[in-house]
Design a protein around this ligand. Sequence first.
Ligand code: CTP
Length: 399
Amino acid sequence: MLKGKKILIGITAGIAAYKIPFLIRLLIKEGAEIKVVMTAEACDFVTPLTLSVLSQNPVSIEPFSPADGTWHSHIELGSWADAFVIAPLTANSMAKMATGITDNLLLATYLAARCPVFYAPSMDVDMYHHKTTQHNISILKSHGNILISPNAGELASGLTGMGRLEEPAKIVELLQNYFAKYQSLAGKNVLISSGPTIEPIDPVRFISNYSSGRMGNSLAHEAASRGAFVTFVSGPVSEYPVHPNIQIIKVNSAAEMHTSCTEQFPKADICIMAAAVADYTPQNPEPDKIKKKEENILLKLLKTKDILADLGNLKSKKQLLIGFALETNNEIENAKEKLHTKNLDFIVLNSLKDESTGFGFTTNKVSIISKDHTVSKFELKTKTEVAADLFDFIQKEIV
Ligand code: CTP
């Protein structure tokens, strides 16, 4: 499973760095290609020479090596890797990663990396349990990084407790499981709509909604990291997903989103419409800014085309079509009705009645309703976790 995989190992200055040569040997044995980036301080714990010999590659420490004039690009390292494993990760480097500080090559590589990042905190027991450390662990997790939890046991300080770096063989197993799961959509095309649409009233005003596009971004990331090629049709948002497997098509209005989605749909194996599409659009947007001369003005709105329903009509037997339903009352019944009228395979219901869910939040609580009306309920989770649940669910259904 690791044959040909490019794994970048990041080493920070923890005593557990002595385990990394063993990790590299195991990974090489499994057929992985290894490069190492380390902090200058980590060189006190394990020598770059050992790491370079074992990894069969030069080790990067500073952005520039005066000895041979080589420039080590953080961008290149990050885009070379299929996975970036930072082990051991000290409390200090973790705090910097959580706040975006990039005062060495390893940290800059982290911020620029496009691949999944695994982080293995390792430190003394009290430092590990400190609220700040725990907070930083959860920040990194919420940014989509994968935690390699430390073990409890005897520590270098002589104390006993949590903080021991996971054993190299276990880290290899974890990477194998990860790649097994994350190639599961290789060769599939996934179409996702996301974000709000904006409907012009005049050149400076529009009608829109509060959608941040976060749920769509998480879905795109999840599909892409499982190996799918993702076409992401998005209304205007402040953040778009970044991944080599994601092609972004930016649109503004419901009409533009309709054109792009119907154009892209024939090649999609799985299509998820997560956009908050405007249901109505001004009938005659004014070519010039409306002046405030009148006491009242009337805005005539026309119904937009229902993109999802139109795709439901075009759908072939081989394609999976999934919609979202945003409901404030009579949720399950309304969602079931949309499932049938739009000819969907599943519908994902998010209720605005739940706290911390919906527009603007980083968390969501959903239920997935199948054609046979089975309702699968999920707990309140981050949108990244909801996206993983949804793809796990879809993949279980299509096997
Ligand atoms: N949708 C769409 N095109 C539209 C309206 C909605 O593709 N013009 C899609 C959404 O992306 C979502 C699903 O239809 O996947 C349901 O959207 P929702 O806003 O919950 O419902 P509507 O169909 O718009 O119906 P209503 O507003 O009456 O609840």
